[in-house]
Design a binder for this molecule. Structure first.
Ligand code: ADP
Ligand code: MG
Length: 517
């Protein structure tokens, strides 16, 4: 290594517009060598835009970049890579059929990919780098056989192998389990200790406080503040992010649970090509209870929900039973399941829960068009529909600008989700609510309201099954928590354990982590 590893990056007055919209507005940022600098902000605050400008993927309309006091411009990532900047994207860009080593050299150097000499050298370099930073990997393993956490390690090693001195990681923990997150943080600390800099883009405040040295907060395209992390608190960061005080903890009073509403017994699911996704899964959700399912994605959560909602692959082999107050759901179609009082907020909001080009009114009353109360003669009672829409918009704080009934695609993710929740919670006769990742891609302000409405629904005696990859959310909302691993509930935390855990949150997350990996 000839160049020094220390690099100071200064961004001054970075401005970037997409059409009329200012995604970055005069943002200035200083990243010191040997530090982990967290960049936080709500969805849409402009974090990815700023990262992409630093990486040369986007060019700013105004503003300057300096490395060690020298002005630089990047027309493409090739130039930023040469200058010592590396980026690990939110979505990995690996080729699954190639090995770890092949992916790491791909596009990185002119040497032929399979030349034996360079291959040997690259192997040695990869092993050395991965050991030094606690990111063990087999250079010969095909990427398709790796877990998500391991794939991320490949991305990081790829960037390090090109000798990046500033690493940008955009929401790296979104796809990781708690133990994987811990390992990532250990690796990042080791990189910083070596003198490299890390720009960690995230929206999770606990992570910022745990791992970063400095933190910058963005709000609506502007820099809302920068400070040493030891001077920051969760409350102060949330306030900078949202622009007002935020309730960070949903009030979750104890409640007596009622009769069993959902019973899942000995549930098995084998895909048509023979992979077992659920394996003797048992759980029970009572009235007035939120049952949270903790787990790393891909351990059967999706298959369970597809069975609960009647959308599973009918050529799969299903065994066991699912019933709601004694009525079996297996074989019922989604409309039939909805009719017996089951509501669902699916993970894929855009694909399953709304029709983007329709208006708010239509989207709010989907599935409710059969209710007598909205009928008048042979048509709809427009006046009643309008009144109900207005009530729900108010009660769920659904925000939009301008027109009376704009297409729902013009709403932000958080407002779309509030609308889906309003519709699914307000249908009459709901006994069971199924929630899959209810606040994914939703901003803090909307999360606050969604959590409140979920607790209220529980208070009215609804039985709620919640799957979330955010442990913080599970702990905040759940009465009991079941840890899913390889298609079965491997461990269940009782009501008392969850209540105690809520009061000592950080230790509890680690405890849950032990049962899901
Ligand atoms: P963050 O990463 O903080 O969630 P982004 O930087 O991705 O935010 O986006 C900021 C805003 O800029 C968003 O409202 C987004 O819709 C908009 N935006 C981002 N990229 C583009 C683009 N290529 N074209 C148009 N709008 C964009
Ligand atoms: Mg982003």
């Amino acid at each position: 290594m000839t160049e020094p590893i220390n690099m100071t990056i200064r961004l001054t007055g970075i401005t970037k517009s997409f059409g009329e919209f200012r995604a970055n507005d005069a943002v200035s940022l200083l990243v010191h060598p040997g530090t982990i600098h967290a960049l936080v902000g709500e969805n849409g605050a402009g974090k990815s835009t700023l990262s992409n400008i630093l990486y040369g993927l986007l060019q700013p309309d105004a503003g300057t970049l300096e490395i060690n006091g020298r002005p630089v411009t990047f027309d493409s990532p090739r130039q930023s890579i040469e200058a010592g900047i590396g980026m690990v994207h939110q979505h990995f860009m690996l080729i699954p059929t190639l090995t770890v080593a092949e992916n790491i050299i791909l596009g990185g150097e002119p040497a032929p990919l399979f030349a034996p000499l360079s291959r040997k050298r690259v192997h040695r370099e990869i092993l050395e780098l991965s050991r030094r930073h606690g990111m063990e990997l087999d250079p010969d393993a095909p990427v398709s056989t790796l877990s998500v956490g391991e794939q991320q390690r490949v991305e990081i090693l790829k960037v390090l192998h090109r000798n990046a001195r500033l690493l940008i990681l955009d929401e790296p923990t979104a796809v990781l389990s708690p133990p994987e997150t811990e390992r990532l943080f250990t690796a990042l600390r080791s990189l910083a200790a070596e003198g490299r800099s890390v720009l960690l883009v995230t929206h999770k405040l606990d992570e910022v406080l745990e791992v970063s040295d400095e933190v910058s907060v963005m709000r609506k395209g502007k820099l809302a503040g920068t400070m040493p992390t030891r001077e920051a608190t969760k409350g102060s960061l949330a306030r900078l992010m949202v622009g007002r005080d935020v309730l960070l903890r949903t009030d979750n009073p104890p409640q007596q649970a009622g009769k069993a509403v959902l019973s899942v017994e000995g549930l098995g699911y084998v895909t048509p090509d023979g992979r077992a996704k659920l394996n003797d899964l048992n759980l029970r959700v009572h009235a007035g209870e939120v049952y949270g399912i903790a787990g790393v994605e891909g351990n059967g959560q999706r298959e369970l929900f597809s069975l609960l909602w009647g959308t599973y692959d009918h050529s799969a082999r299903v065994s066991g039973n699912i019933s709601v107050e004694g009525v079996s759901l297996i074989g019922l179609h989604p409309a039939g399941i909805a009719d017996i009082g089951v509501s669902m907020i699916p993970e894929d909001r855009l694909g399953c829960a709304i029709v983007p080009e329709f208006g708010i009114e239509e989207n709010l009353l989907f599935g409710r068009h059969r209710e007598r109360t909205f009928h008048k003669g042979v048509g709809f009672d427009r006046e009643k529909v309008r009144r109900e829409t207005k009530r729900l918009i108010g009660a769920y704080d659904i925000r939009f600008s301008g027109k009376l009934n704009p297409p729902i695609s013009s709403l932000s993710g958080g407002n779309q989700q509030k609308l889906v929740l309003a519709r699914e919670l307000e249908r009459p006769g709901i006994r069971l609510l199924l929630l899959a990742q209810p606040t994914r891609g939703v901003d803090i302000g909307a999360i606050e309201l969604i959590h409140k409405r979920i607790i209220e629904a529980r208070g009215r005696g609804m039985a709620i099954l919640l799957v979330s990859s955010e442990l913080e959310e599970l702990i905040a909302l759940s009465t009991r928590i079941g840890c899913i691993f390889e298609g079965r509930i491997r461990h269940e935390f009782s009501e008392e354990a969850v209540r105690n855990g809520r009061d000592h949150a950080s230790g509890f997350e680690k405890e849950i982590g032990l049962h899901i990996t």
